[in-house]
Design a protein around this ligand. Structure first.
Ligand code: NAI
Length: 304
């Protein structure tokens, strides 16, 4: 298989490394900056030589090299700086995503589009519109990352391995995302039975703020180790047709009482893309919170 990663920045470079290292696919790394993707590709190839790996990695500024990709991952665009919200990136990143999707999808009409650029849910909607693809073939990455953040914080709080923790996070990749303690468990036991309300509220807040916490600590940069790991898991489920159910931004057609919007829900991912959306039974207040998150995404879609 062939995966194109557009944007040879922090997330894109690290993702190329992960995909090739796991032997999932050959990788084409595209960037608008001359020399950058070529340099990173050479560095990665040399690293893989040391590690005895032999997947092809090509760096390019020429879209024709991306032809006939199975998956196109879009990481092109600006990341946040301290004090910025993801929505502050809307205008500049919308023009980048539009350009990238138009340039790639005509050369790879059968590809699945995986969007990473922020503001995530809005950029995924835009990519779908511009691409003309069936909505099943356009998916946004955020939920795997947000769920991993919640999982990590629970593990730190309980001082146990994160391996035994499962978390559910729904909604948009923004301040109104919805980590659901009731549906987050340690070996099947809801964390609501294991942690105080105070602790849960604190961990939920920290999860919502998980990206900003890192932006603030780094001062000049944003997260990319965990984001690239999250995209990689989605790429793997699609390429290997594993049908894993992962949280991701998918197109809703009435699920959760929402339609014509991309938002984070549990999605079955395989060769066909977003094969099926899982509809969890939510309490009234959870559903209301999900609808509030959707309304904020919709307000930004209306700005496009
Ligand atoms: P970065 O600045 O390191 O890399 C972005 C790359 O995009 C740069 O190499 C830049 O030259 C390239 N680029 C800009 N315009 C382009 C164009 N028209 N065509 C091709 N390439 C172009 O940024 P980083 O940290 O890799 O983040 C990338 C994006 O991913 C940001 O928008 C960030 O907010 C988002 N992100 C989303 C996450 C999520 O959970 N969905 C998590 C982490 C980052």
């Amino acid at each position: 298989p062939k995966v194109t990663v557009v944007g040879a920045g922090n997330v894109g470079g690290m993702l190329a490394q992960r995909i090739a290292k796991q032997n999932l696919a050959d990788v084409v790394l595209y960037d608008i900056v001359q020399g950058k993707p070529q340099g990173i590709a050479l560095d990665l190839l040399q690293a893989h030589t040391i590690s005895d790996l032999d997947r092809q990695i090509i760096g390019t500024n020429d879209y024709s090299d991306t032809k006939d990709s199975d998956i196109i991952v879009v990481t092109a665009g600006l990341p946040r700086k301290d004090g910025m919200s993801r929505n502050d990136l809307l205008r500049i990143n919308a023009s980048i995503v539009k350009d990238v999707v138009q340039s790639t999808i005509s050369l790879s009409p059968n590809a699945i589009l995986l969007i990473v650029t922020n503001p995530l849910d809005v950029m995924t909607y835009l990519a779908w519109q511009v691409s003309g693809l069936p909505p099943q073939r356009v998916i946004g990455m955020a939920g795997v990352l947000d769920a991993a953040r919640f999982q990590t914080f629970i593990a730190m709080e309980l001082k146990i391995s994160s391996a035994d923790i499962y978390t559910t996070v729904l909604g948009g990749h923004g301040d109104l995302m919805l980590p659901l303690p009731r549906l987050s468990t340690v070996n099947g036991v809801p964390i609501t039975e294991l942690l105080s309300q105070e602790a849960i509220t604190r961990l939920v807040e920290r999860t919502r703020n998980g990206g900003a916490e890192i932006v603030q600590l780094l001062q000049n940069g944003s997260a990319y180790f965990a984001p690239s790991a999250a995209v990689n898991v989605m790429v793997e489920s699609i390429i290997s047709d594993r049908h894993r159910v992962l949280p991701a931004a998918a197109y809703l057609t009435g699920e959760y009482g929402l339609r014509d919007i991309f938002m984070g829900v549990p999605v079955q991912l395989g060769r066909q893309g977003a094969e099926k959306i899982v509809e969890l039974k939510l309490l009234d207040e959870e559903l209301a919170a999900l609808h509030a998150s959707a309304a904020s995404i919709q307000a930004n879609i209306n700005l496009l």
